[in-house]
Design a protein around this ligand. Structure first.
Ligand code: PLP
Length: 370
């Protein structure tokens, strides 16, 4: 008996539940999964995931490629790189795929920072993964506070760097704020070539401010610029793990030897390629996110809690009291929100989930502050 076939059929049956109702973007329900059962009791607004799930086209691509799980992912790797190169207007040798963009961040820390030569300069607060990647290798990490409007303080960051790496997260996690395109362009133009700049655009697709722009077009003129992206956010593939970066060919060549071979799995590659063919995934994701974000932030405002203007699928608001007891109180009500960011001890980071999830969050929050 062909067990692979049976598994595949079972997988397809499970997926058809999601695909048939895909027009309304259902919660993908693998009812037989113990993980799903556990997850259904919790409102998870803690990791900036996409509550609407992957594209139906990504789900279909995975079922179609299920029997290829026995192969190394060479062709799928090439196909995705080809598509990403075309979409971003660069050559194939300017793209490096990663096991999530987390792998890209780690590779950049390993390639461009070093105990003797180069420290890591980053904002405070920002997404800490790369700070941990650098400091575990004994690299000095310099944190430069965001400005009062939650923008990267680029002049101070440049002044603090000498060689090494500057990490600019735009939109920034946890504040969901952006650093304006004109400031960022000028900064990239002025930074000496010995210092590498990594612009993390994990939340690129959610940003719609006229002051926001991707820095990918600047790569052609700047060998010291790397821009990272992910399939974990608007493409809803956080559990599959796929990200990438764009840089000049020689910069990619410097990074690649630090990477594990075949680090992106075949299902993630199939899903990522198919997602790029779905014309609805990005606009629908943006629209739903904006609608629900406007709802929840205005409800919080009615309670006197101001949010930092958000350009992402999460937001941060001022609780006007220490956030840690509130995080715990919400957890006790099965609502998980973002962790403490020590630079902003009175601010809570909340992922924008579905409207019903945000209603549950609001009700639990009201109870927690009562
Ligand atoms: C700013 C930022 N960069 C990178 C990542 C890592 O994402 P992934 O490894 O899933 O691509 C995250 C995850 O939340 C993030 O917030």
């Amino acid at each position: 008996m062909n067990t692979a076939l049976i598994s595949r059929r079972r997988f397809a049956q499970l997926l058809s539940v999601g695909t048939a109702a895909a027009v309304v973007r259902p919660v993908i329900s693998f009812a037989s999964s113990p993980f799903e059962a556990a997850a259904s009791t919790v409102i998870r607004l803690s990791a900036n995931e996409n509550a609407y799930g992957p594209s139906p086209m990504a789900l279909k691509a995975m079922t179609d490629d299920f029997n290829l799980a026995c192969r190394y992912p060479d062709e799928q790797n090439d196909v995705l790189i080809e598509k990403l190169a075309r979409i971003n207007g660069v050559n194939r040798d300017q793209i490096l795929l990663g096991d999530g963009s987390s792998e890209i961040l780690k590779l950049c820390a390993e390639t461009f920072t070093d105990k003797e030569r180069g420290k890591l300069v980053a904002a405070d607060p920002t997404f800490e993964a790369i700070l941990n990647n650098a400091s575990v290798n004994g690299v000095e990490v310099v944190r430069i506070p965001l400005t009062r409007t939650f923008v990267h303080d680029l002049p101070k960051m440049m002044a603090a760097a000498s060689g090494g790496l500057i990490y600019v997260c735009n939109p920034n996690n946890p504040t969901a704020s952006i650093t304006p395109k004109t400031e960022l362009r000028e900064f990239i133009g002025k930074t000496p070539r010995e210092t590498t700049i990594l612009v993390d655009e994990a939340y690129y697709h959610y940003a719609d401010s006229p002051d926001y722009e991707s820095m990918i077009p600047l790569v052609k003129d700047h060998p010291n610029l790397i821009v990272s992206r992910t399939f974990s956010k608007i493409y809803g593939m956080a559990g599959l793990r796929c990200g990438y970066c764009v840089a000049q060919k020689d910069t990619i060549k410097r990074i690649r030897p630090h990477q594990m071979w075949d680090s992106v799995n075949i299902m993630a590659l199939a899903a990522a390629s198919a997602s790029l063919n779905d014309p609805d995934q990005v606009p629908n994701g943006r629209r739903l996110n904006n609608e629900v974000k406007a709802f929840v932030t205005s409800e919080l405002e009615k309670m006197g809690c101001q949010s930092i203007p958000s350009q992402a699928n999460f937001f941060m608001f001022d609780c006007k009291r220490p956030v840690v007891p509130l995080i715990q109180a919400l957890k006790g009500r099965n609502v998980y929100v973002g962790r403490l960011f020590p630079a902003l001890p009175n601010y809570m980071r909340v992922t924008v989930g579905r409207k019903s999830e945000m209603e549950t969050f609001l009700s639990a929050f009201r109870q927690s502050i009562a």
